[in-house]
Design a protein around this ligand. Structure first.
Ligand SMILES: [Zn+2]
Length: 184
């Protein structure tokens, strides 16, 4: 039995998306909570809950169920955050993208089998395999193979995160420079 992707790649992707949307004016603590929430959302379909995650792959990775649950969670989060000073639409949209990114990323891993993501409508599978990704083995969990899988994921998604961090830093810097110029 194999599982398509370790939490490493999903978590780094969640961090990258969170990094793009987290408002600059948030306190350090609010930023950390936001990024943690994005990591959780990017891993949502794999949460080890009964009847969810790898227990019921078809359910937890169904595009229809995912869209429905995103709508519900987004409505709850919007209502809750609007009562605070932490509401921003980019957080809601970014959170939805983080959750959806999970399904896309999983399709990169299943090789020819593909991810069955149309439950309960169809058993069609989507596969967009990237040649350098291979799947993690559950047995044995500690192996040279898995170490390699982790390392490749960490390098690939770590690079995406690094690019996002650098891009946002440059963007913030140039925005600050422009606002200083116009203030002069
Ligand atoms: Zn998954």
């Amino acid at each position: 039995m194999s599982t398509p992707m370790t939490p490493v790649g999903h978590s780094l992707m969640g961090l990258a998306i969170g990094w793009v949307v987290v408002p600059a004016e948030f306190s350090q603590r609010a930023k950390i909570v936001t990024l943690a929430a994005f990591v959780a959302l990017a891993n949502a379909p794999d949460w080890p809950l009964p009847g969810w995650g790898h227990d019921r792959y078809d359910v937890s990775h169904s595009i229809f169920l995912t869209l429905g649950m995103i709508a519900v969670v987004a409505a709850i989060a919007t209502a809750a955050l609007r009562r605070t000073r932490y509401f921003a639409w980019r957080l809601i949209v970014g959170g939805a993208i983080a959750w959806l990114s999970h399904l896309l990323l999983d399709t990169l891993y299943f090789g020819r089998r593909g991810l069955a993501m149309f439950w309960p409508v169809s058993e069609a599978r989507v596969s967009l395999p990237l040649p350098w990704f291979t799947v993690m083995q559950l047995k044995p969990l500690v192996s040279a193979h898995n170490a390699r899988v982790f390392a490749i994921e960490a390098a690939f998604y770590g690079a995406i995160l690094a690019l996002v961090v650098i891009a946002r830093w440059l963007w913030t810097r140039s925005a600050r420079a422009t606002s200083c110029e116009s203030a002069d």
